[in-house]
Write a protein that binds this ligand. Structure first.
Ligand code: SAH
Length: 240
């Protein structure tokens, strides 16, 4: 009986904390859709990291999609964000964020800023985010949205993320949201000892999501799930 009671209290606490969000992001027209997204698409599929669930219940995803697509922002799918690019499906954002297993205060490198949504989710989890986007217009737009929402723990750079961001290395975690055919060496080199990297890799339409961990300088690689990401390209548009 006592146990049941405690479990009930814990559930209530989680529910309450999921509903609490900083001013400006909770009191919007989409709060209800956002809670349902977290419960049905993410929690129900086994994502259990409380900081991921809380961040995704807080970040206003509709602010990161084109205005005429706001009403689709909480759907169980990726969405186009212009320039042939997409914002990832909410579940994939949650899965990748959970795999990173970050602690507040850590430093995370993201390759492929896109809309800035994934960066905002990580920022909400309390890490310092360094994110690189190769399409200048997308990078600038992401800066605008992240600034407007007050995420001052995200640094955005326009450029080719294949080379990483050596000035700020090493990183406790690296997340790549575009797919190279092979894992970029500069990125594994910029991963801290004990660090984790989540990266899709493979040929077009035949990619896997990998979790890489660095232990005593050696990289261990684990296949997680089949995925489909846009390719990682160089400044001339050629796929890596
Ligand atoms: N994380 C994003 C989704 C990004 S889609 C979000 O939350 O919205 C993948 C992004 O990777 C695209 O914006 C694409 O332009 C970018 N990209 C592709 N190759 C890149 C490279 N070499 N360096 C940096 N960004 C790259």
């Amino acid at each position: 009986m006592t146990n049941l009671h405690t479990a009930g209290l814990v559930l209530l606490t989680v529910a309450a904390s999921l509903c609490m969000a900083p001013a400006g992001s909770s009191a919007d027209d989409f709060a209800d859709q956002r809670q349902k997204m977290v419960a049905w698409q993410i929690g129900a599929r086994g994502i259990s990291d409380a900081s991921v669930l809380k961040a995704m219940a807080t970040v206003p995803r509709h602010r990161f999609v084109p205005e005429d697509m706001e009403h689709l922002a909480y759907r169980d799918s990726p969405l186009p964000i212009g320039h042939g690019q997409t914002i990832s499906q909410p579940y994939i954002v949650a899965l990748m964020s959970q795999l990173l297993a970050v602690q507040p205060g850590q430093r995370v490198l993201e390759i492929g800023t896109g809309s800035g949504y994934q960066a905002a989710v990580l920022a909400e989890m309390g890490v310092l985010v360094f994110t690189i986007e190769i399409v200048p217009e997308l990078g600038r737009q992401a800066v605008g949205v992240l600034d407007a929402l007050g995420y001052d723990n995200v640094r955005v750079k326009i450029g080719d993320g294949y080379k990483g961001w050596p000035e700020h290395a090493p990183f406790d975690a690296i997340i790549v949201t575009c797919a190279p055919t092979r894992i970029p060496k500069p990125l594994t080199e910029q991963l801290a000892e004990g660090g984790r990297m989540v990266i899709p890799s493979g040929e077009k339409y035949d990619q896997q999501l990998f979790l890489l961990t660095k232990q005593k300088g050696k990289i261990k690689q684990e296949k997680i799930v089949d995925v489909r990401f846009v390719p990682m390209v160089d400044e001339r548009g050629k796929t890596y």
